[in-house]
Ligand binder design. Sequence first.
Ligand SMILES: Nc1nc2c(c(=O)[nH]1)N[C@H]1C(S)=C(S)[C@@H](COP(=O)(O)OP(=O)(O)OC[C@H]3O[C@@H](n4cnc5c(=O)[nH]c(N)nc54)[C@H](O)[C@@H]3O)O[C@H]1N2
Ligand SMILES: Nc1nc2c(c(=O)[nH]1)N[C@H]1C(S)=C(S)[C@@H](COP(=O)(O)OP(=O)(O)OC[C@H]3O[C@@H](n4cnc5c(=O)[nH]c(N)nc54)[C@H](O)[C@@H]3O)O[C@H]1N2
Ligand code: SF4
Ligand SMILES: [Mo]
Length: 746
Amino acid sequence: MNTSRRDFIKISSLGVGGAAVVGGLMPVKLFGKDTDFNYDRPDLKRLPTYCDVCFWKCAAWAYVDEEGKIKKVIGNDEDQLSRGRLCTRGTGGLGLHYDDDRLRTPLIRVKGKGENAEFREATWEEATTLIAKKMTEIKNKYGAESFALLKHGDIGKHLDHLFQAYGSDTIAEPAFAQCRGPRDEGLKLTFGESCGSPESTDMRDSKCLVFIGSHIGENMHNSQVQEVSEAIDKGVSIITVDPRLSTVASKSKFWLPIRPATDIALMLAWMNVIIFEELYDKEYVAKYTTGLDELKEHVRPFTPEWAYSITDLTPKMIRESAYEMAHAAPAVVIHPGRHVTWYGDDTQRTRAIGILNALLGTWGRRGGFYFNEKAKVPKYPSPDYPEPAWAAKDLNVDLPFAKEGVTNRVIQASVPGTTLPHQVKAWMVAATNLTYSVPEEKSSFLKALDALEFLVVVDLYNVEIAGYADVVLPECSYLERHDAIRASEFREPSIALRVPAAQPRWKSKPGWEIAKLIGDKLGLGDYFNYKNYKEVLEWQLKQMGTSYEEMLHLGVKNLPRKTGPLYLDDIPDYQFNTASGKIELYSHELADAGFDPMPVYTAHPQPPRDYFRLIYGRAPMHTFSKTVNSPNLNDLKNENNLWINPRVAKIWNLKSGQEVWLKNQDEVVSTFPIKVRLTERIRWDSVYMVHGFGHKNKKLTRAYGKGINDTEMVTNIMVDPLMGGTGMRGNFVTILTENPNESVES
Ligand SMILES: Nc1nc2c(c(=O)[nH]1)N[C@H]1C(S)=C(S)[C@@H](COP(=O)(O)OP(=O)(O)OC[C@H]3O[C@@H](n4cnc5c(=O)[nH]c(N)nc54)[C@H](O)[C@@H]3O)O[C@H]1N2
Ligand SMILES: Nc1nc2c(c(=O)[nH]1)N[C@H]1C(S)=C(S)[C@@H](COP(=O)(O)OP(=O)(O)OC[C@H]3O[C@@H](n4cnc5c(=O)[nH]c(N)nc54)[C@H](O)[C@@H]3O)O[C@H]1N2
Ligand code: SF4
Ligand SMILES: [Mo]
C-alpha cells in the first residue's frame, strides 16, 4: 500500500495541527509572530521541563525571553520519548500557563454545592490550616485511612508522600480502573509483567502492526506515533480492528470494521487459524510457553466461519489478516492498547492479545516487544511511613487481580452504609476531573459526594468536581514548577528534569509545596525536611552521579542499561515472572481463582431498535477534558461532533452540522446538544464522539456548553470481575432533534 509517513502525519491531524508532530510547526498563530520562531535569539533563555499535557512526559525545552515570558516549548532532541518533537498538545501546552480562566487563589465554599456552589477567596494560610485541622479530626474520629486520595498527574507523587506520612494508603487513580488496569493485569497473568508506560512496543522495527481499537494518530502518544510513521516509511503492513475508520485504519492494509463488543470472538478465530494451520512460532512456543495443548482444544470450534456471524467480518478477511501477521512474525506488535475498559471482560481480552503475541513469538523479540528499563531515583531521606490499618486495595474484595486502588471502590466505600469492609469519610481529589473520568455507578458518586465530611480539590481550573469541594487549591501549571525527576521506562533508562520556566501565576502553587504546607501543619515536618524542592532534586541528582546544574544544561540524560539485553534471543534460559516461569497460555492462576483459564467469548447486548452504541476516543489536539479550555488548543477544536453513518442519517433525516441531543438506555438526556458529522467512516450501529467536551462550568469560558460529555451518557457500567475495571462501551443512545431540556426549564 502506498502510504507515506507524511500522509500518516497529515491525516493523523484530521485536518489540523498534525504537522506539529514534526515539531513546532503548528499551523496556527501561537503568540503572534512567534510561529516563525528563531531559537537562537540571544535574548532567550532555555529551561528544561517535561510536558505535562499528557502522561507520556516528553522532555522539552521552554524558551523564555528577558521579560520572563515563556515564548515556546519544544521537544528535547536527546529524549527517546519526544525525539525532539512535541505533539500538537505539547506545543499548545503553553495555553495551560497563559489561560486566564485558571484558578487564582485558594477558595472556601460558603454556600450551595455542585453547579450552584458559592466560594470565597482564602489565603493559603487559612486554607491549609483548615485542611490540616480536618485531616486531624478525621484521623482522630475514624482513622487516617478513611481520608482517601484520588489523584492523577505529577502532583500525585507529592500527595502520595503526604498521605502515606499521614497514615493513609487509601489512594486510587482513574488510570487503573478506567484505563490501563485490565491490560496490565491481563499481561501480568500471561507474561508475568506488563508492557509498562510508555508501552514496550518495538514498533519502529515491526513488519506488521495490529491495532485493536488503539487509535494511534488520534491517540497522540508521541514516540509511538513517530515509530508508527517510521515503520510506515519502511513498508510495515497494518491491520486495524475498529468499528470506525480511525486515522490508523485509513493507513492500514486491512481495516476490520468489527461489530463492537465482539473482539474476543475475532481473536479466538485468529488463534484457531494460527494454531491449526501451524503458523505459530513452534520453537518459541515450545521453549517459552505452557498450555498449548489446552489452548488448541479450547479454540478448535472457533473457526473464522464461527466468528463471521458474531463479528461481521468475513472468514476470508479473518484468515488473510491472520496470515499477514504470521508471515511477518516475530516482528509483529499486536498492540495491547491502553484505554481498555470497554466491556467488562477486558482483562480476558488482553489475555487473548497476549496469547496471540505469544503464539507469534513477539514478546521479547525485535520488532515485537522489547524489555524496557527504568532509572532508579533514590528516595530523599525521610522517616518510614506509619503502617495503615487498611488500604484502598482492601476495598477490592472479590477482585482478586486488582493490584492497585480502584476508584469506584473508593467511591462506593464513601456511600453511607457501604457493604464494603471500610468506610471512607473524606477525599482529596487532585488533577483528576472525576465527574468526567469516572462513570457513575447507580449514582453512588453523587451519594458519596453528598455524604463526604470533607472534600479538597487541587486543580488548575475551576472544574466541575470543584463545585463539591469544601476547599479548592490552585496548583500552578507544569511550566511554573519543579517536580519529581522523570524516570520513564524505555529502551534505555533515562532521567529528565523539570524546573520552573516562569513564576506561578496569581497565587497558585506547585504540588510539592502544597504537600509540604499541609504536611508541616499536620506536624509531619520530618517528612518534608527541605525548604524547597530544588534541594531534593539536587540531593537525588548528586546520588545519581550528575547534578542539578548539569541537568539544567542537558534536560534529559539517557543512562546505560543495567538489566541486560533488550531481546530474549540474547538471554540464555530466560524465566518469565509467572508461577511456571513460562508464558501462560493456560492460566492456572485464573483457574484456581475460579475464572476461565483461557479467554472465552461472551455475547454482550447489542443496541435495541432506534438506539446506537456510544463509542468514544481521542482527538489529536486535546487531552481528555483538561485542554478543552486552553486557548491555543481550543482554537483548533472547540467542540466535539457526533459521527453518524449517512445511511442512518437518511432514515433519521439528519443533516450534517445539525444540532441533536442524546438520550441513553436509562433515559439520561444530554445537557447540551452536539453537531452531527455524517461520515462513512463509522458503522451504522454505532455513533462516536471525542471524550472531554460538554463542560458545565461557566467559568471555563471557552469550553462551557460546547458539545456533549460522553461520561454523562455512560450509566451502564460493565465491571471486570477480575480487577474492577469499569467497562464504558455498553451504553446505547437515541437521537433527539428537539431540545429535551427546554420544556423542563420553562
Ligand atoms: N490526543 C490524545 N492522545 C491521547 C490521550 C488524549 O487524551 N488525547 N489520552 C491518552 C490515554 S490516557 C490513553 S489511555 C490513550 C487511549 O487511547 P487508546 O488506547 O488508543 O484508546 P481506545 O479506547 O483503544 O481507542 C478508541 C478507539 O476504539 C474504537 N472502538 C470502540 N469500540 C470498539 C470495539 O468494540 N472494538 C474495537 N476493536 N474498537 C472499538 C473507537 O472507534 C476508537 O477508534 O490515549 C492516550 N493518548
Ligand atoms: N467517558 C469516558 N471516561 C473516561 C475516558 C474516556 O475516554 N471516556 N478516558 C479514561 C482514561 S483513559 C483516563 S486515563 C482517565 C483520565 O482522567 P483524568 O485524569 O481525570 O482526566 P481529565 O478529565 O483530563 O482531568 C485532569 C484534571 O487535571 C486538571 N489539571 C490539568 N493540569 C493540572 C495541573 O498542572 N495540576 C493540577 N493539580 N491539575 C491539573 C484538569 O483541569 C482536570 O481537572 O479518564 C478515563 N475516563
Ligand atoms: S505526547 Fe504530546 S501531550 Fe503528551 S507529553 Fe508528549 S508532547 Fe506532551
Ligand atoms: Mo488513559
